[in-house]
Write a protein that binds this ligand. Sequence first.
Ligand code: ES4
Ligand code: ZN
Length: 318
Amino acid sequence: MARDWATLPKVELHLHLEGAAPPEFIRALAAEKGLNLGHIFAADGSYDWADFSEFLAVYEVATSVLQTPEDYTRLSEAVLRARAAEGVIYTEIFLAPQLCAADGSAWADVFAAIREGAARVPGIEARFIPIAVRHMGPDDALRVARIVADTPGASGFGLAGDERQYDVDAFAPAFALAREAGLGLTAHAGEICGPESVRATLDALSPARIGHGIAAARDPALMARLAEEGVVLEVCPGSNIALALCGSWAEHPVAALDRAGVGVTLSTDDPPYFHTSLAQEYAALNEAFGWSRKTFTRLNRLAMRAAFCDDATRTRML
Ligand code: ES4
Ligand code: ZN
């Protein structure tokens, strides 16, 4: 039962702020603004999408409702309250400046608003990782990296979006700039594409972490490389199952990756889209693999070691 796992202190490193917006939140905001969103909701009120491309399209429409800094303060407060209520004590949140501040000049205000909402929530520590949306292209990613590096307050920089678009090498300048600014680096790879995508990402971007990376489980040499180089995976099993990248919890590669010595951490990605929560993920993994509090605590300690925070925060958390 998910409720049992809510009492265990948890760390979540891969959570998209816009993707954590409950459909009710988006509907209410759209109604306030008199916006018509078209057909992004199913009859039961949940987000309606059928595959990865549709998921990204619905995501972008839902996110278009978020327009003012105040909208973002409300969203970040609501999202962090929900995470705190299920026992998350530390989280790193992805934000897409290209979606929340298409005009770069607005980013500082929007980002300050997001941090203000987060600061209102007790019992949970948040850090922020602005991401470039891959399908918006490498030139725009470099522009985003510059904005992020020039605006204080980010802990990292990342790459998300459609992994099938563009050669990953094209994003190397954005990552070089972010690295130079002292930001922690993470890139989505090996989610919908194969192990070659993870390998190319490691070669081109040298990120400390990979978002998903589950395709590496099909390639023992790649798993050995990840373990050897200490690159940690942000694994989101419920997301992978919802997107049909993986047949069932019992077949999910997270256990094989862990057995192979790859550093794995557990997150939800976009919880309302995938009908999940971190407590529910723990319940399902407990059922599928018999993972106990001891295993989860080990993975949470590993997550704090891979977190983009200072050492004082790291040791205070777990
Ligand atoms: C994503 Cl841009 C973006 N947002 C949320 N979830 C994602 N997964 C892959 N790209
Ligand atoms: Zn993601």
